[in-house]
Design a protein around this ligand. Structure first.
Ligand code: CTP
Length: 214
């Protein structure tokens, strides 16, 4: 199959030296890209800024902002059979990006933020037979929130993780996830290395792709 994977955070600029971002390390998405590549799939990795090295043999597109990630995903989507959206895309960005560095002052600063368009939601109407897998990073109501996102974004599977657990979510090498499907079924996996979670995701994609794409 031809698979697109997104990974890492996005950075939303405030001015030439500052940005708003999040704690995503890119490890989960990079593990999915590496697992797929090792099984002989054709992988396009769209990555935000991370400190890890891309797996050999994957096509890599580095982006910084949510806007750039959206453009890269849109440009690649019609060429792939499946998308795994592991990136932690910003939900808000500064409404105004200053051209010059903002000078410090002793008064407090309010930063107006505007919402960022949801990439997965935009793909819902054009997905066709492609399999689309999302992630849900939650701090409460894990299953119900994952189910809400699965249906709102018309996903084929969502990988839900409680990012408050010390051995799951951002930055660490392990993850503790629940796989959730549109028919209401779910499968809770024990804590395991992100590289093993990646194998489960690729297994599921391989089993569920239309025969023409395998
Ligand atoms: N996502 C996206 N575009 C965005 C934000 C998120 O495509 N602008 C994708 C993420 O890559 C992930 C899924 O949507 O696969 C869920 O992301 P998450 O941050 O868990 O949820 P949100 O939809 O942002 O909702 P909330 O912040 O309310 O939890």
């Amino acid at each position: 199959m031809k698979l697109m994977v997104t990974a890492g955070p996005t950075r939303e600029p405030v001015d030439p030296v500052r940005f708003v971002s999040n704690r995503s390390s890119g490890k989960m998405g990079y593990a999915v890209a590496a697992a797929a590549q090792l099984r002989g799939h054709d992988v396009l990795l769209v990555s935000g800024p991370v400190a890890i090295k891309a797996p050999g043999g994957v096509e890599l597109i580095m982006v910084e902002t949510a806007d750039q990630m959206q453009r890269a995903v849109m440009a690649g989507f019609n060429k792939v059979d499946a998308l795994v959206m592991a990136a932690a895309v910003a939900d808000w960005r500064p409404a105004v990006v200053h051209v010059q560095k903002q000078k410090k002052s002793s008064t407090s600063l309010t930063l107006p933020l505007e919402p960022v368009p949801d990439i997965l939601a935009q793909l819902a109407g054009i997905k066709g037979s492609r399999l689309v897998v999302g992630f849900a990073a939650e701090t409460e109501n894990l299953l119900s929130e994952a189910q809400r996102k699965l249906s709102a974004k018309r996903l084929d599977m969502i990988v839900a993780n409680d990012v408050t657990a010390p051995d799951a979510g951002f930055e660490v090498d392990t993850n503790r996830v629940v796989l959730v499907w549109p028919d209401g079924s779910s499968r809770e996996l024990p804590c395991m290395p992100k590289t093993d979670v990646a194998e489960y995701i690729i297994d599921w994609l391989e089993e569920n792709l239309p025969a023409s794409a395998t």
